[in-house]
Write a protein that binds this ligand. Structure first.
Ligand code: NAD
Length: 201
């Protein structure tokens, strides 16, 4: 396959790390499908102005029907998926004893159920092709205990576990799964963390 035919799907691509992943993939010749809660039009416009093929995939990754629609849109537009980057995530910064069930559930839904759904749905297409690469964006919080982040840490640890399982299950069928665990990256998410810590201090 010519590299220019390769297709990458990136979630949470409107800003921050996800937007930068899109520009890097486009610079390497990928056609890019960029997801975010609302259509990431600025990202898509930036990619197209750089000469890349790109489409927007609006919607919540934690919603099963939405993820199925995303797969349909990518298959209709590009006919294949070679790379899936699960980058969408939210951060909940609150002491464990004050963590509400709503915060816990939403954090697990976006950071863990979302990647499960996208891996399952895009993974099927990759398994049919016999090739593909999944990159799940976890965190150092997926490897270590960090205070005031019970839901976030649990979700990111879970994402590492999901990734290891997929690597064991799909690696022999041509579909690789890896997790990356970044430390601090200065983005809008990080700014909201610092705001919270200032308030909490
Ligand atoms: N910034 C850091 O220091 C840092 C460190 C380690 C890991 N990470 C991880 O990297 C990823 C990106 O972080 P960032 O700092 O760029 O965050 P960010 O908040 O700047 O961007 C996250 C993007 O995800 C989107 N998003 C949120 N919920 C979504 C959903 N349900 N469906 C689709 N899109 C959704 C947001 O709209 C936003 O555009 C996250 O998974 C985060 O946990 C960040």
């Amino acid at each position: 396959m010519d590299k220019s035919d390769a297709v990458a799907v990136v979630t949470g691509a409107a800003r921050g790390i996800g937007r930068r992943i899109c520009t890097e993939l486009a610079a390497r010749g990928y056609r890019v499908a960029a997801n975010d809660l609302n259509a990431p039009d600025a990202t898509v416009a930036e990619l197209r102005s750089a000469g890349a093929e790109a489409i927007a995939l609006p919607g919540d990754v934690s919603d099963e029907a939405t993820v199925r629609t995303m797969v349909e849109a990518v298959m209709e537009e590009f006919g294949r998926t070679d790379v899936l980057v699960n980058n969408a995530g939210i951060s909940t910064i609150v002491p464990a004893e004050e963590t509400t069930l709503a915060d816990w559930s939403r954090t697990l839904a976006v950071n863990l159920t979302g990647p499960f759904l996208t891996c399952r749905e895009f993974g099927r297409a990759m398994l049919d092709q016999g090739s593909g690469s999944i990159v799940n964006v976890s965190s150092v919080a997926g490897l270590l205990g960090v205070g005031d982040r019970a839901a976030y840490n649990a979700s990111k640890h879970g994402l590492v576990g999901l990734t290891r399982t997929l690597a064991a299950e799909w690696g022999g069928r041509g579909v690789r799964a890896n997790a990356v665990c970044p430390g601090w990256v200065k983005t809008e998410m990080d700014e909201s963390v610092h705001k919270h810590q200032k308030t909490a201090a």
